[in-house]
Design a binder for this molecule. Sequence first.
Ligand SMILES: O=P(O)(O)OC[C@H]1O[C@](O)(COP(=O)(O)O)[C@@H](O)[C@@H]1O
Ligand SMILES: [Mg+2]
Ligand SMILES: [Mg+2]
Length: 350
Amino acid sequence: MTPSIFDKKETMKRKTLSRYLIEQQREHNNLPADLRLLIEVAARACKHISHAVSKGSLGEVIGSAGSENIQGEIQKKLDILSNEILIEANEWGGHLAGLASEEMEHIYEIPNRFPKGEYLLIYDPLDGSSNIDINVSIGTIFSVLKKTEPVEGEITPVTEQDFLQKGANQVAAGYAIYGPQTQLVLTTGYGVQIFTLDPEIGSWVLTQDQVKIPESTSEYAINSSYQRFWHAPIQRYIDELIAGKDGPRGKDFNMRWVAAMVAEVHRILTRGGIFLYPTNSRESHRTGRLRLLYEANPMAMIIEQAGGAATNGHIRMLDVQPSSLHERVAVFLGSKEEVEIVTQYHREAI
Ligand SMILES: O=P(O)(O)OC[C@H]1O[C@](O)(COP(=O)(O)O)[C@@H](O)[C@@H]1O
Ligand SMILES: [Mg+2]
Ligand SMILES: [Mg+2]
């Protein structure tokens, strides 16, 4: 008997992250057991961060920590706390060789007193830090790579070089968004799934499977306060969007800016759109604002898995060869048609 729509909804409601991952491992045979456990540990850490975020001033996590990270940005108390939560949860998990974070200058090798694994975890513990104090959506972004050994079976110490892999090598990527609801968006290379945290039972529940981004859109997101520093291809692209129905695009566009990449990507996954963070002539943005390894790459994998596109303006983001841990990059991602147009404008300008 075919189950009714109601029954299907009920079944979806009960599918927790654990059950979903076990099904992938056992029934579909497309998720190694160690990777499944690593994702569970990361998801548990995000639940912990979500709890700290929701307490806000009650938990005394609001405000500056009075320190700077490697990028010269003022660290918020929550940036530091989230980083510590992720390290603590993952270092004894037994599935990692090492981890790296926006908030740490160097990589962190799992100490010898803990069991080790073959994976590398790279994350932005708290994305959208400027939104913390104003109670607007923020998130945690993570990427998982595999450490490759020069000789099979031999285990060598982890180095920064191990992390400098193209995004195409990612075996999983995800983010948690701490907004009106806390959600976990995940890909292990088989589409994109959204899990919503049910605060009553403390579980991540599958609420959307195989998320798909519409190919066309009339919504864009860019910080236009840098307009005077923009290079010609971006100037051209945005001018055309603003010209709307009267311009070459022949339709009106709307604009949004949340100032947290997780929130922009989440909106795009939900209803389409394009997110742009180009390089510009300002010294601090010469190579871009967002970080390749723990912002651009995981988001690019998620966007591609949902049928969208992501480039650095010239090539597919996932094909960019990283050269350093905290490297910055220009980012164009979202609905395919728009990403293709803006990338084409960059290519024509060479
Ligand atoms: O509004 P701005 O200053 O242009 O920057 C917004 C961008 O900065 C970020 O907040 C950077 O992330 P962090 O908060 O992790 O440093 C992105 O999420 C966002 O897209
Ligand atoms: Mg960030
Ligand atoms: Mg951050």
